[in-house]
Design a protein around this ligand. Structure first.
Ligand SMILES: [Zn+2]
Length: 193
């Protein structure tokens, strides 16, 4: 197993540090792919610093601010190329049910089409695309992770670029709800600091 993280100019670069830490903790080889050269081509998403990150739950308007055009397809294309070169047979990405309404490249229809494209694009159909969380809510993912001992204190969701989660952006709110449904305190949120 190997892990790839993409630096696409996101303001929340803390997620890259978190990915490094978690990969090291689990002994998974990890690389950061520098896509910052294409950031200027991707418009003015709030995630790229072109607009303010909305301070509210995911609404249609707030979601629009956070879309990075075709982001997942760009990343998946690179991951699939890497997998083929390394003779790795499966590429996993973690779109979940809550992303469905917001982001076109997290929808089942996109994933099914991408699976076909990946099969056709790779030699001898070597690489298979997997998206195991596509029909699963964030609350259920939190529950599964609790059972597996995921070190949630090292994980990152917030769209802001701060050292601590802002608590008011759409993904902070969604994460807080997912932990609340499980009646568990999010270990990444430490208000006393
Ligand atoms: Zn936040």
């Amino acid at each position: 197993m190997e892990a790839l993280t993409f630096d696409y100019g996101q303001r929340h670069k803390k997620e890259i540090k978190c990915a490094r830490k978690i990969s090291a903790l689990r002994g998974v080889p990890h690389q950061v792919v520098d896509l910052s050269a294409i950031t200027p081509l991707l418009g003015e998403s709030a995630l790229l610093g072109g607009k303010e990150v909305p301070a509210c739950h995911y609404t249609e308007e707030a979601a629009k601010q956070t879309v990075v055009p075709n982001r997942n397809m760009i990343m998946l294309s690179i991951a699939v190329g890497y997998a083929e070169a390394r003779k790795i047979s499966k590429v996993y990405y973690a779109a979940h049910a809550g992303d469905w309404a917001i982001y076109p490249d997290c929808r089942k229809s996109f994933i099914e089409a991408m699976k076909v494209a990946v099969r056709l694009a790779t030699a001898w159909n070597l690489v298979e695309l997997k998206a195991p969380f596509v029909g699963i809510s964030k609350a259920d993912i939190v529950r599964m992770g609790l059972g597996l001992g995921v070190p949630y204190e090292l994980t990152w969701s917030c769209y802001q670029g701060g050292e601590k989660p802002c608590g008011v952006c759409p993904t902070c709110i969604e994460r807080a709800e997912a932990f609340a449904i499980n009646r568990v305190k999010d270990p990444a949120v430490r208000p006393e600091e």
